[in-house]
Design a protein around this ligand. Structure first.
Ligand code: CP
Length: 341
C-alpha cells in the first residue's frame, strides 16, 4: 500500500477532512496531542516561508517529534526538478535522488515548490511534489505547489467554522481577486474555494475577465460543492459579489493564459488596481459584519486596506494561528505507526 499523501484536500474523503478539522479544534482547545517521539518530518523549501515553516516546526516539537528544514541552494545542494535533462547546469542533485534519500532518514517529507516551468501546461502538473510522493516511500505533505496549498485550505476551513459553525450551508463565501504587482500562483485560491465548498457554502469567485482558475480546479471545486450541498458561481462584478457576503477572501493570482509571459500579463493587469478589498466593500457585507480572510503574507493597501486588516472584520491572524492546529492534526494522522530502525 502507498504511504499517505496530502497533495490537495480534494483527494481526501470528505469524512477524513471533517475528522481532521474536528481534531484540530480539539487540539486548539487544549486536548493532549498524540506522541510523535522518534519521528522526523523533513521539509524541503524551494521557496521562502514564514507561517508554513514555523508552524510545522512548532507542531512537530509540540508532539515530541523533530523537524528538519532544507533550503536547496542555501546550505543544501541546488536541486534539478526536471526529468530526463542533462544536468550540466548549476543544480547538482536531482529531486528523485533527494526524495529517495530523505525518505530513508525521516518518517515523512514535505515540500514547497511554487510553479517555475515556462508553460502552464508543465507547471500545472505539480511535478516536484508528486516526485517526492512517488520516490520518497514515506508520507508526503504539499507545503504549496502551483495548484494546491492543502494546509492553508484546512486552516481556512477551521477559521470559517469558528465564525459560522461546523456546517455553514447557505452562507456566501466570496473569493475576491485582487490586484498585485506580480502574477501569483493559484494554489491558495483553489484550496480556499475547495475548503468553503466542502462546508456547503455558496462560493462566488469574483475575478476580472481572463482570470479564471484552471478548468480542472474549477471542476474540483464544483465536485466538492456538489457532494456537500454547496455551490460555485463566477462574476466580474466585485461590488455585487461582496454586497451581503458572509466572508470575503482576498487573493491575487496570475492570468493562466498569459503564464510565462510576464510583460503580457502585466499589461492585462495594469488597469485593475481598483480590485482591492477596502472598508466600503466590507461595510456592504451582511450587516456590515462579514469576515475578511487572507492567507498572508499580504501587501497592505494593495490587496486590502489597513482599515480592513486592522479592523473588526479581519480574521487573518486567527487563520494563521489555525495553520498550527490543523497541521498538528495532519501530522497525527499521517505519522501514526511504528518507527522503523
Ligand atoms: N500562508 C502561507 O503559506 O504563509 P507562508 O508563505 O509564510 O508559509
Amino acid at each position: 500500500m502507498s504511504p499517505p499523501r496530502l497533495i490537495g484536500t480534494d483527494d481526501w474523503p470528505d469524512d477524513a477532512v471533517r475528522a481532521l478539522l474536528t481534531r484540530a479544534a480539539e487540539l486548539k482547545a487544549g486536548a493532549a496531542g498524540r506522541s510523535l517521539a522518534g519521528r522526523t518530518l523533513i521539509m524541503v523549501f524551494l521557496n521562502p516561508s514564514l507561517r508554513t515553516r514555523t508552524s510545522f516546526e512548532i507542531a512537530m516539537a509540540r508532539h515530541g517529534g523533530q523537524a528538519v528544514v532544507l533550503e536547496p541552494g542555501r546550505g543544501a545542494w541546488a536541486m534539478e526538478t526536471r526529468h530526463g535533462v542533462v544536468m550540466d547546469g548549476d543544480a547538482v542533485e536531482h529531486i528523485v535522488d533527494a526524495a529517495r534519500v530523505l525518505g530513508r532518514y525521516g518518517q515523512a517529507v514535505a515540500v514547497r515548490a511554487f510553479p517555475s516551468a515556462t508553460t502552464w501546461t508543465e507547471a500545472r502538473r505539480d511535478d516536484v511534489v508528486h516526485a517526492f510522493a512517488r520516490h520518497s516511500g514515506v508520507p508526503t505533505i504539499n507545503l504549496e505547489s502551483a495548484r494546491r496549498h492543502p494546509c492553508q485550505g484546512l486552516a481556512d476551513a477551521l477559521t470559517l467554522q469558528e465564525s459560522f459553525g461546523e456546517r455553514p450551508k447557505g452562507r456566501r463565501f466570496v473569493l475576491a481577486w485582487a490586484w498585485h504587482p506580480r502574477p501569483l500562483p493559484t494554489a491558495v485560491p483553489a484550496s480556499a474555494a475547495i475548503a468553503a465548498a466542502r462546508l456547503g457554502m455558496e462560493v462566488v469567485i469574483a475575478r476580472p475577465p481572463g482570470y479564471d482558475l484552471d478548468p480542472d480546479d474549477v471542476a474540483a471545486i464544483e465536485a466538492v460543492a456538489g457532494r456537500n450541498g454547496g455551490s460555485l458561481s463566477m462574476t466580474a462584478d466585485l461590488d455585487q459579489a461582496v454586497a451581503g457576503a458572509d466572508a470575503v477572501y482576498a487573493k491575487s493570482w496570475g492570468c493562466l493564459a498569459d503564464y510565462g509571459r510576464p510583460e503580457v500579463e502585466a499589461a492585462r493587469r495594469a488597469p485593475l488596481r481598483s480590485w482591492i478589498v477596502d472598508e466600503r466593500r466590507m461595510a456592504s457585507t451582511r450587516d456590515g459584519a462579514g469576515i475578511f480572510l487572507h492567507c498572508l503574507p499580504v501587501r497592505r493597501n494593495v490587496v486590502v486596506t489597513d482599515g480592513v486588516l486592522d479592523g473588526a472584520w479581519s480574521r487573518v491572524t486567527d487563520q494563521a494561528e489555525n495553520r498550527l492546529h490543523v497541521q498538528r492534526a495532519v501530522l497525527e494522522t499521517m505519522l501514526e505507526g511504528e518507527v522503523r530502525g
